[in-house]
Unconditional design. Sequence first.
Length: 323
Amino acid sequence: MQHQNRRNFLQNIAWGSLVLTPLSQLAAMPVNRKPKIRFGICADVHQDIMHDGEARLKTFIDDMKTQQVDFIIQLGDFCRPYEKNLPFLKIWDSFPGPRYHVIGNHDNDGGFTHEQVISYWKATGAYYSFDQNGYHFVILNGNEKNPSKDRPPGYARYIGIEQQDWLEKDLRNTQLPTIVFCHQGLDNDMGGIENATQVRLILERAKKVQLVFSGHHHLDYVNEINDIFYVQINSMSYQWLGDDYARVRYSKEVDEKHPMIKYTVPYKDPIYTIAEIDHRGTFSLKGSSTSFVGPSPKELGMTKHDMPYEIVPYISERKIKLV
């Protein structure tokens, strides 16, 4: 009986305190809100293949200016450090806010080094990190060489020991929720990072990483592995189809000046997205959709067995509640 009375007494104190608190003071009480951030993402513009790369990039930049995002980032296969690409780069640099770069495998085509690409872009580095709006952002370089003699053929797609050590230290030194960017996927075996499992283990052990963005594959999907969401951002420009499906997509004049386009299925309009994390910790991705130029992969006879994911001319709208 005494225990019951004591509990009622404590409840009365609690309710009395609430009633006696002025509304103005309640409004001023801190609310447990997460930081909000919005950033624009484009991937795989391929200025050195597309005839209209400048127009595509300008559409993105103009929209990001209007949307007033916190920063923009491109996920690689952007442009090689040729003098002829300076007007293209000038469009990118016209965005008034922070601009970040991820190195793609094709940015080094023509024999250029990572250092030459970084200098040309005026990028922070091959891999680096930064903080903004209460989040920690990590940019990885997935184009290092695998020292093994048994590595698969083709482009280098590896994250070496030195970069792994840097990544572990970088994640250890931040207390902020973390978002990672890498050109090649860390969640698949279809041309992604060769030692992806090893790198994912570093991300998982940190217990801070929420999202990993990649380009490279020119596809549209999300995978969740051990509470981390791996978000593939489709190319702004096209999907590569190869010799068997080559078609002149625009005109003979365009094909003569840009002979690699015939091996692709271009997207009519540039596709890109805005990522947002709101004060409730909900991640959303803005959808972006267009159509193919010329016959679609299905019309050319490609099947789902040719690619692990369907080739589509869009970026899906998504919403994910982060942990």
